[in-house]
Ligand binder design. Structure first.
Ligand code: HEC
Length: 168
């Protein structure tokens, strides 16, 4: 009676060890595959993961160079902002109807900001960040018929505000 039990136990132990090693091997394989995938991530996937790589969807399709902050443009941008945006946004970290815009130039690319301002409906529909904001704020930002040039002036105002806040 003893012998078959021993045989059974031994085979169980062998089976156990075998299954453990094969699980280990599997996990290693998965880890190895993940590492390789990471280094070959397509641009689109990388964009979704890092907001500072995401230029959004809209009239701006390529990254543009930013120079020093242009005070004249910032003044024009401030006027537009106060006329068309302050009903929903404050330039603080407090949310209002929409997000508080303090620090926006540090968490979004300039292109993404211009696309959000000029093309808010398509942005909340297709861009992962804007879509998430819509789910948080439960309000669709309205299209204020802002041209790209005007949006770039607003961007200068945002950059000026963020720089001033940082210097404090
Ligand atoms: C009717 C309210 C409303 C108006 C008016 C409005 N917004 Fe918005 N805005 C929102 C909401 C809500 C969001 C979050 C995204 C969404 O749900 O559309 C948002 C998002 C944004 C974002 C992204 C903020 C972030 O944290 O990433 C920027 C930038 C922005 N708006 C700028 C503007 C500018 C500039 C104007 C004026 C031209 C403006 N908005 C007018 C409601 C508004």
């Amino acid at each position: 009676m003893k012998k078959p039990i021993n045989v059974l136990l031994t085979s169980l132990i062998i089976l156990f060890i075998f299954s453990c090693t094969s699980v280990d091997k599997k996990q290693n394989d998965v880890a190895a595959t993940t590492t390789i995938d990471d280094s070959y991530k397509p641009a689109a996937a990388a964009d979704a993961g890092n907001p500072m790589n995401n230029i959004g969807i809209g009239p701006v399709k390529e990254r543009f160079a930013l120079g020093a902050i242009d005070a004249n443009k910032a003044t024009i941008g401030k006027d537009i902002f106060e006329a068309k945006c302050t009903s929903c946004h404050k330039f603080t970290s407090d949310k209002y109807v929409g997000p508080g815009l303090l620090g926006v130039t540090e968490r979004r690319t300039p292109e993404w900001i211009v696309n959000q301002i000029t093309n808010p409906a398509e942005m909340t529909e297709k861009d992962p960040i804007a879509h998430e904001l819509l789910e948080t704020y439960l309000t669709q930002m309205t299209n204020q018929n802002i041209t790209v040039e005007q949006a770039k002036n607003i961007l200068e105002y945002f950059r000026q505000q963020d720089a001033a806040h940082k210097a404090q």
